[in-house]
Design a protein around this ligand. Structure first.
Ligand SMILES: [Zn+2]
Length: 318
């Protein structure tokens, strides 16, 4: 009896050490993230020549091309999901009273094929913003949501650098039309449900929106919202948090899969898909204002949010 229990104990110890090592493999890709590159991307997207990248404009189209090119540089093959006002109406219904859909929008989608290609983990962030409003001016949208695009592209880079074949296909999506009512993500979800086979499943969704600002730059803080119908989502966050240099604070914002929320996780939440949404610490004074500029980004907060998110994504698919 005693020998057996020692053997079991030894095995448990061995297995414990093994899983502890495995669960930290993802920290090897932490060095892939670059503050300098993040500054370049946010500076580029927020430049006034892109006139606030409103959905349906030629400047927004140029940003879409830029994101596709960034995916190509990583060796991925981005697809453009074209959305017309007609296809959008067919997928999600008529616009709200007094609103019109842009004639053309585009989601940019890049995949890393997994061992189970029908099972998908989707990661998304919107690239459109509010444009140039008469009497107000250009909305640069450095935080909203060039910061989220940096996170999305960084996760793709890090996942490619890991060299793993993920368990599930990872689908990286840059959404259009978020500021006009989550149009790009709503279209993607509706289209996916309309065309899925019995074998298809979206196992997880991760969203980034406004992940670049801090109330106090000396105390980098991020907000983690999750669908608590799936408590393991928060457990993953707690485990990966151990690997991030402090100071770094996470504000937990418990949600359930009821479709409530003001960003692109809502269409996934509406279908009770397990989701994690990274968002603002608090709604800052420059929210949806011309003052949302690169100079006010807290680079440390963005950096640490990306590392934490990557660790969680890796745990989902390894
Ligand atoms: Zn936004």
């Amino acid at each position: 009896m005693r020998k057996i229990s020692i053997a079991i104990f030894a095995f448990m110890l061995f297995a414990g050490v093994l899983s502890a090592q495995e669960s930290r493999e993802y920290t090897k890709q932490y060095g892939v993230y670059s503050d300098e590159w993040a500054k370049e991307v946010i500076g580029f997207m927020a430049d006034e020549k892109f006139n606030g990248r409103e959905a349906g404009t030629k400047e927004n189209y140029k940003i879409m091309k830029f994101i596709a090119k960034e995916f190509k540089k990583m060796g991925l093959k981005p697809e453009i999901q074209k959305i017309t006002s007609e296809s959008l109406t067919a997928a999600i219904g008529e616009p709200r009273k007094g609103k019109v859909y842009p004639a053309k929008m585009n989601n940019v989608i890049a995949r890393i094929e997994g061992k189970n290609p029908n099972m998908q983990v989707v990661v998304g962030a919107h690239y459109d913003h509010l444009g140039n409003k008469p009497g107000i001016g250009i909305h640069p949208g450095a935080d909203d949501n060039a910061s989220g695009i940096v996170a999305l592209l960084s996760l793709a880079k890090m996942m490619v650098a890991s060299g793993i074949t993920p368990e599930y296909t990872v689908v990286f999506c840059a959404w259009d039309g978020e500021e006009k009512g989550l149009l790009g993500s709503k279209y993607f979800v509706a289209d996916w449900y309309a065309n899925r086979t019995a074998a298809d499943s979206i196992c997880r969704y991760m969203n980034f929106d406004m992940v670049g600002r801090c109330d106090d730059p000396a105390k980098p803080t991020t907000t983690f919202a999750w669908n608590d119908n799936f408590p393991s989502l928060k457990e993953d966050c707690d485990l990966v948090y151990e690997t991030i240099d402090k100071p770094f604070t996470v504000i937990y914002d418990r949600r359930v899969g009821d479709g409530k929320g003001g960003s692109d996780y809502a269409p996934f939440s509406k279908n009770n898909i397990p989701f994690v949404a990274w968002m603002e610490e608090s709604l800052h004074e420059d929210y949806h204002k011309p003052g949302d500029v690169p100079a006010k980004i807290c680079w440390e907060r963005l950096h640490k949010t990306v590392l934490l998110a990557y660790g969680i994504l890796y745990r989902w698919v390894d």
